[in-house]
Ligand binder design. Structure first.
Ligand SMILES: [Ca+2]
Ligand SMILES: [Ca+2]
Length: 333
């Protein structure tokens, strides 16, 4: 695994994040696709926590700056170590508009400053390559151009890792704006997944019709109608309680007609209707080959289940034709 996470917020909700304040996913300023994350006032933020600790990683975020609070540094992206302590922070300097990388929080030392201004009311593609260490690596690409290339001390805490990523402001100060096309690669495996992510985007591929498998029973009407909603509507659903039952759905296909597909992310929502034991796994089907994902345990609180696939079900690289031929669904475990 090298692609650890990506989202374009195209499922229209923040289910993979822990939100504080009032960040919202809306359609006002997507970078690609239909949705982006909007942070409109101080103390609004959404945090994603990886299931792994990263000592070295590549990260991309599309950021659309719209303004900042009148007090404190205009911070907009904070990284935490596995104890939840501030490791690295991105700030748009209030006077110059330049991107600053701070070790620790926005009030801590600056370890790198860009030459390019983070624009007002427009997207900039910010890519990071960071090794967290007392003798670390800090490289920043802005709109695809290497702008910061340093070997500073990037480790603010006792732990040489990053695990959680906060999109949004600090507890009372920070910069406002939109976030889209967030992706993280670690350095395991091979290209293109263990290096710079690049300036591409994350496109929606949505449920469009019933597919090859149709075991799961609709709560009302047609099964695919119950699971196609964006943002999700949990009032309608499909259900089964027998292990091995599965459903897949024909998908809409993605908008681009050319380009490289580095990875896909399957996102589904699942819940138990009563306390007990029950599991689910994502299922993708390409041609006649099924690829069942890892078993996810469920309970009576709705869970967002995410699976990254760097390769297609036959073990080959993705391309747009394959993505457009995919069926996606789930299997009861
Ligand atoms: Ca998007
Ligand atoms: Ca539904």
């Amino acid at each position: 695994m090298a692609r650890r996470f990506h989202t374009g917020f195209e499922h229209g909700h923040l289910g993979q994040f822990v939100a504080l304040g009032a960040p919202v996913v809306n359609t006002l300023h997507p970078r690609t696709g239909t949705y982006a994350l909007c942070v409109a006032s101080a103390a609004d933020r959404a945090t994603y926590t990886l299931d792994a600790l990263l000592a070295e990683f590549f990260l991309r975020i599309g950021y659309y700056y719209t303004g900042h609070s009148t007090t404190g540094p205009p911070e907009f992206f904070q990284m935490y170590d596995s104890d939840g302590d501030a490791q690295l922070c991105l700030v748009r300097n209030a006077a110059t508009g330049l991107l600053e990388v701070h070790k620790g929080s926005s009030s801590s030392a600056i370890i790198g400053t860009s030459t390019r201004v983070v624009p007002l009311d427009g997207y900039m593609c910010i890519e990071l390559h960071i090794t967290v260490a007392n003798s670390g690596v800090l490289q920043v690409k802005l709109d695809g151009v290497l702008d910061i290339d340093l070997t500073p001390d990037t480790q603010a805490t006792a732990l040489a890792n990053v695990q959680a990523f906060r999109l949004g402001t600090g507890s009372s100060t920070g910069a406002y704006g939109y976030y889209d096309d967030f992706a993280i690669n670690d350095v395991a495996g091979g290209a293109p997944h263990n290096t710079w992510i690049g300036r591409g985007g994350i496109y929606p591929d949505l449920v469009a019709a019933v597919g090859h498998y149709a075991d799961l029973i609709a709560s009302v009407g047609d099964p695919w109608d119950c699971v196609k909603e964006v943002p999700p509507n949990d009032a309608t659903y499909v259900q089964e309680n027998a292990a091995g039952k599965k459903s897949t759905y024909v998908m809409s296909g993605i908008a681009p007609s050319s380009g490289v597909v580095s990875a896909i992310s399957v996102v589904l929502r699942a819940v138990l209707d009563a306390p007990g034991a029950g599991n689910i796994a994502p299922l993708v089907r390409l041609g006649t080959t099924d690829d069942e994902g890892a078993t996810e345990g469920l309970d009576v609180t709705v869970k967002t289940v995410t699976e990254i696939l760097e390769l297609d079900p036959d073990g080959a690289a993705w391309d747009i034709t394959k993505v457009n031929a995919l069926e996606v669904g789930a299997v009861v475990r």
